[in-house]
Design a protein around this ligand. Structure first.
Ligand SMILES: Nc1ncnc2c1ncn2[C@@H]1O[C@H](COP(=O)(O)OP(=O)(O)OP(=O)(O)O)[C@@H](O)[C@H]1O
Ligand SMILES: [Mg+2]
Length: 506
């Protein structure tokens, strides 16, 4: 019996799969069976492999060919078992040397002509193989991706013939060369593209510095989407660990396109018609959803009230834990989901509330109904609420004042983040209760000031903590140890939507 290695992922967890191939005699014509809790894509392997063998002018001997994928209690899905099964058969008929092939983890889909085509999860498979002292055989296109895991024993053929020739010694395949991670992933947008909007830019800087979730409210065309998409450009560069984490999720989702890793922070803009599964992840193969693809980056929800309420409620748990648990029929899969939430909305359905020239006759009742579509608990988790007014087009044309670049803003963000990590080990957005008492202590004078403001504004205990968290970040951006009156006053200006300029509950 031939026994080769492949791999399958459940969430981020790898399971080694033993691909066993057994030829047994006693039949007059060949028979081919795949067993071991295989799904349809895996069962279809048999058909693809038969075609490849005839394309290679190889025919199966008139024997019973059984392929068993072990352990049998783990569901096998996907087409990446084509290659290990084919290799097993080629070993069984003496075309490939089993003693060599068994030193590798093998994955790849095979086309009818023998071409080895792209598959999911090559990056984490490479990490796993490296950690277990095994080489990796993967599709040619993904060799560089596999190299990024720090692995050097990689064979990345584009065609089965290349693989056979490699082990025959007639055409040795080189180890894929490492390219620079930046390739093709440079930021092409910059904060300096945005004219005016000083208040919104300042709020984005605070959001980036303290990791705070943010909601922008304003009329159509004010530049909310434009501003949000530039947030990743002012966030600190990803660390090597973050790059690997995020790239791993993309690899599992089959979204690691190109040859580089995800070296820029992800920005995931989710449409309001998205389903809960698209947002959280799931489906038959427990794919990561948008919140996991936004891990270490930004999750942008444009037109927030248009989202289905049940879809939005999904965000509550991962916003606190930084992970999402996807429940499936037989097993659960967990993915990281530490994202920064940025949401945008118009104040009312027509978007022109408060604009005497353009708002409709149903204001403010329609605005109230519109704003009430977002649940209180979700709003409570958003620290920064910002009103974004439109810049007048003629002001944009005549605006010649130099605008700060993302790099300049990022330098301040990085300094403020460093202070937080040194002081408490995590970003200010995660400060709560007792932590705030310790790390965001207020003088007696400031406590009195905040208490009075809280009473006047009818602030909840949660809202009170929100102000302290924001004031802490604002002080960190000043490089200051203690929170001062100016920090507190600015924090108070980021009032929740229903109490801000566009609020209808004032
Ligand atoms: N402050 C600005 N500086 C430069 N361009 C701007 C600015 N505001 C708006 N624009 C231009 O207007 C376009 C529309 O802006 P954007 O899509 O960000 O608006 P929005 O607030 O998201 O609108 P909506 O509520 O309809 O989604 C931008 O792509 C940009 O070209
Ligand atoms: Mg928009």
């Amino acid at each position: 019996m031939i026994s080769l290695n492949s791999i399958i992922f459940n969430g981020m967890d790898a399971t080694q799969i033993d691909v066993q191939v057994q030829l047994s005699s006693g039949l007059s014509k060949p028979e081919f069976n795949i067993i071991g809790l295989a799904d349809r894509a895996v069962k279809e392997s048999a058909e693809r492999i038969r075609n490849v063998l005839s394309a290679l002018n190889l025919s199966l001997p008139p024997k019973r060919l059984t392929v068993n994928l072990s352990p049998a209690d783990v569901e096998k899905s996907g087409s990446h078992f084509d290659l290990p099964i084919l290799c097993g058969i080629l070993c069984a008929i003496g075309v490939l040397p089993e003693t060599e092939l068994e030193k590798y983890v093998i994955m790849g889909e095979v086309g009818l002509d023998g071409a080895i085509v792209k598959t999911d999860a090559v990056l984490p498979a490479s990490v796993w193989a490296n950690a277990h002292g095994l080489g990796l055989i993967c599709p040619g296109d993904q060799g560089i991706q596999a190299r990024w895991a720090g692995h050097t024993n990689i064979i990345a053929p584009f065609h089965v013939i290349q693989l056979i020739n490699h082990f025959k010694g007639t055409q040795t395949l080189p180890v894929p060369e490492l390219t620079t991670p930046e390739s093709g992933q440079k930021n092409t947008i910059d904060m300096s593209d945005v004219h005016g909007q000083a208040a919104a830019k300042r709020a984005l800087e605070i959001a980036a510095a303290g990791g705070h979730a943010m909601l922008m409210v304003g009329p159509p065309g004010a530049g909310k989407t434009m501003l949000a998409s530039r947030l990743p450009t002012i966030m600190p560069e990803m660390t090597a660990t973050e790059i690997l984490e995020t790239s791993t999720i993309y690899s599992i989702a089959g979204e690691l396109t190109g040859r580089g890793l995800m070296s820029s922070r992800p920005f995931r803009s989710v449409h309001h018609t998205s389903s809960p599964v698209a947002l959280a992840g799931g489906g038959s193969d427990a794919r990561p959803g948008e919140i996991s693809l936004a891990h270490n980056g930004v999750l942008f929800l444009d037109e927030l009230p248009e989202f289905n309420r049940a879809t939005l409620e999904i965000l509550r748990q991962p916003m606190e834990s930084g992970r999402i648990l996807i429940s499936r029929a037989k097993r659960n899969a967990t993915y990281p989901a530490r994202f920064q939430l940025i949401a945008a909305m118009n104040p009312c359905p027509c978007g022109h509330l408060g604009n005497a020239a353009m708002s409709c006759t149903r204001a403010p009742r329609c605005a109230e109904a519109y704003q009430n579509k977002i649940s209180g608990p979700l709003l409570d988790r958003i620290d920064l609420h910002v009103d974004v007014d439109a810049v007048k087009p003629w002001e944009m044309n005549t605006d010649t004042t130099p605008r700060e670049t993302s790099a300049e803003i990022r330098a301040r963000v990085v300094a403020a983040r460093d202070r937080q990590i040194t002081r408490q080990g995590y970003v200010n957005a995660m400060l709560d209760g007792a932590d705030l008492g310790q790390f965001a202590a207020l003088s007696d004078e400031l406590t009195n000031f905040l208490n009075t403001a809280a009473e006047k504004m009818g602030m909840s205990a949660r809202g009170y903590n929100r102000i302290k968290r924001l004031a802490r970040t604002i002080a960190d951006l000043r490089g200051a140890e203690n929170i001062e009156m100016s920090d507190l006053a600015e924090a108070l200006s980021y009032r929740p939507i229903n109490r801000g300029k566009y609020g209808v509950k004032l």
